[in-house]
Design a protein around this ligand. Structure first.
Ligand SMILES: *Cc1c(COP(=O)(O)O)cnc(C)c1O
Length: 391
């Protein structure tokens, strides 16, 4: 998923998590040392760029870590009443909420928790803005600079016909009274060169309105904690932008908080044969790691290689009855044994928030690896957690 595959296996971080030390299977295990390392990097950027960095809960919402997160970041970015409530309860700091549209009921709920509310259109702003202003929140409009940086359409907010944000052609300068900020979100897993190009486009199309704003939110998709990310350029871009327009700048990454911080441990339940060797695991592509099918991408497994590269190749299949519940084809040095555990790398961001109870498959337990190596089980899912999603 990124360009910095680990060269050696350090003794801390997600590579240090022993599959057999996980208290359950399947089980997500988050390395708190690795998470804190990311948070330190983000806090350093926040300080040097003199901006505020918020955690986007869409990408990472494992609230048992929020006390730690809140020591480094300025708050949370939410897109629904429930995310807003969790941000308020767990993170404290500032809560910023944007959604492609709010119902009046949802907006009223959001206003109990929010400091900033960003509207996706001028029609939403005209319909609901007075309610938000009366609640005393700072209001903003999401703009769409129509500057494309993301290759995959599923993740490109600036693709033609996008519903996300107001384009220059439909911007209504005459309706800005009460609006204190602009928000854009154009990136996904990208470096600061992509932000630099986006800013050129934002200033070209919306620069006339920037001096009257109090804040500009640069959205998420900044892969700040990736080792190759150019943080010096980010700091410079933010500082220059602030100096040019006299605004506060917010960044709201999700992924950057949690990349390389955790694993999913799973167990081989059976090995069968149909043209190829097939191992059935106690996890699932569709229920436990849906981005393997949806994004799609190949999840890395400790000690594995592409099929055919090592002596023993397997198709790894999941526990649901969906025919396509296939995680992928892998090879290993030794034959897989029933009962053997496998470690899927980099499963903290997005994967954990996107799990489902499809087929009643039990969700992976959640454990935290403390910096002294102790592993604490913080959640084991039971029948009620499945039953209570429906009635
Ligand atoms: C998805 C999203 C984010 C977080 O994006 P990451 O790629 O996880 O950094 C932030 N803001 C908005 C509006 C988003 O849609």
């Amino acid at each position: 998923m990124n360009d910095d595959a680990p060269k050696a296996q350090p003794s801390t971080g997600m590579w240090a998590i022993e599959a057999d030390a996980a208290p359950d299977s399947p089980c997500f295990v988050i390395d708190l040392g690795a998470l804190e390392e990311n948070l330190r990097i983000l806090a350093d950027v926040q300080r040097r760029a003199d901006c505020k960095i918020l955690l986007a809960l869409k990408g990472f919402a494992t609230w048992s870590t929020f006390e730690l997160v809140s020591r480094y970041l300025s708050g949370g970015a939410a897109s629904s009443p429930h995310e807003a409530q969790l941000a308020r309860e767990g993170l404290g700091g500032e809560v910023h909420v944007y959604a492609p549209a709010f119902s009046e009921a949802d907006l009223r709920e959001v206003l109990r928790f929010a400091d900033h509310v960003v509207f996706n259109s001028f029609s939403q702003w005209q319909r609901l803005g007075a309610i938000a202003l009366e609640a005393g929140v700072s209001c903003g409009i999401r703009i769409n600079p129509e500057h494309r940086e993301v290759a995959v359409a599923l993740y490109d907010p600036c693709a033609p016909g996008s519903r996300l944000g107001v384009t220059a052609a439909t911007f209504r300068p005459e309706s800005l009274e009460g609006i204190e900020g602009l928000h854009f979100h154009t990136l996904c897993e990208l470096d600061s060169d992509a932000l630099e190009r986006t800013l050129v486009s934002v200033e070209e199309k919306f620069g006339a309105y920037l001096p009257q704003m109090k804040w500009v939110n640069f959205g998420g998709g900044h892969h700040i904690t990736r080792p190759s990310y150019d943080r010096e350029r980010l700091v410079r871009l933010v500082r220059d932008f602030k100096a040019r327009y006299g605004v506060e700048v917010y960044l709201e990454p999700g992924e950057a908080i949690a990349i390389r911080t955790g694993v999913l441990v799973a167990t081989v339940l059976d090995v069968i044969e149909n043209e190829t060797q097939i191992a059935i695991l106690d996890t699932s592509a569709t229920a436990h790691m849906p981005d393997v099918l949806e994004m799609p991408y190949r999840a890395e497994i400790v000690g594995s290689a592409l099929p055919g590269e090592k002596a023993h190749s397997y198709r790894l299949g999941g526990l649901t009855c969906l025919a396509g519940d296939v995680i992928g084809d892998y090879s290993f040095d030794e034959p897989l044994r029933v009962g053997q555990r496998l470690t899927f790398l980099d499963m903290t961001h997005y994967t954990m928030v996107k799990t489902t109870n499809f087929n009643g498959v039990r969700l992976p337990s959640i454990a935290l690896r403390h910096t002294d190596g102790r592993i604490e089980l913080v959640r084991r899912f039971d029948y009620a957690s499945y039953r209570d999603r429906l009635s």
